[in-house]
Design a protein. Sequence first.
Length: 359
Amino acid sequence: MRFRGGPVLGIESSCDETSAAIVSDRRVLGHVILSQDAHAVFGGVVPEIAARQHLVHIDEVVAQALDEARIRPAELTGVGVTAGPGLVGALLVGLNWAKGFGYALSIPVIGVHHMEAHLFANSLESHDATPPFVALLISGGHTLLLHAPAWGRYELLGSTRDDAVGEAFDKVARRIGLGFPGGPEIERLARKGDAGTYSLPRRMLSGRDAPGDPAWFDFSFSGLKTAASRLMAAIEKGDEKDIDAARPHVAAEFQEAVIEVLTAKTMRAVEHTGCRRVLLGGGVARNGPLRERLAACLEPDGRLFAPSPRLSTDNAAMVARLAEHRLAGGEVDGLDLNADPRLPFPGLFSSTPDRSEAR
């Protein structure tokens, strides 16, 4: 089957958002995101609950997206679906639905990589968000620093050696006594605090590091998370009033530590590549202070591309946009397409021969 252009349906179900979108020529015609609220009591996503909720809602979500776009199923020319990485049960719901839908309509299906789709989210809001660029992909499960000389070719510069930055936000938020997801909660509370009240470490940002060192572009957030937990434990030895007063300052200091590390590593990549076009992607990309810091560092001759909050979170519009791009290049998957919770990043290469590929 050849892609003839026209509206493409995107399906996203890699974690706890059930989403469907219709995209045509980089324009979002319809877009529905249903975020599950059943996980908040657990302080994190429960895979079995997520998969069952996708099963319950996917028909309705797709129908709403088609209705919003005023598109009939027969007018669709392709289906894009997240094939990985993610929670395997959740992925399988969206993937099998998309394959059945595509087969019934005799339209091509393309499986896409969730994190590569986050790169394409920016192109839905800015036609200038195209390679070359330095990309910082930051989410609950990933922290990747890339250089993209072209679509489909991504040089891996750095990645996290332990926790992803979004995971660190979630766990520190829970330790402080905040809700899930932790990123927006910490950002909200940090507005009431002063970052300098306490001191938390900036891991892998040592003045002893130099270009060429293994740690120059890499990240580590496990130690920062542990330090924040120990700080809260020390504060909790005081009275209740002191604990309540301290929480905003701990949130502000933790957020500042994360922003300093992310910004410093990104600007190292900018200097290394000579590319002053930086693109953000992933759920943590919605953090306002991080955007402001990076934009300021890139002035006056650089540019920051950052998706709107709606396109920063997991969504099907970015999936449909990437599928549209891939289908235009003649890439089509068969019915043997399967979910892969550790799907390798496509087109990833490293200038360091012994560096393992991020997943």
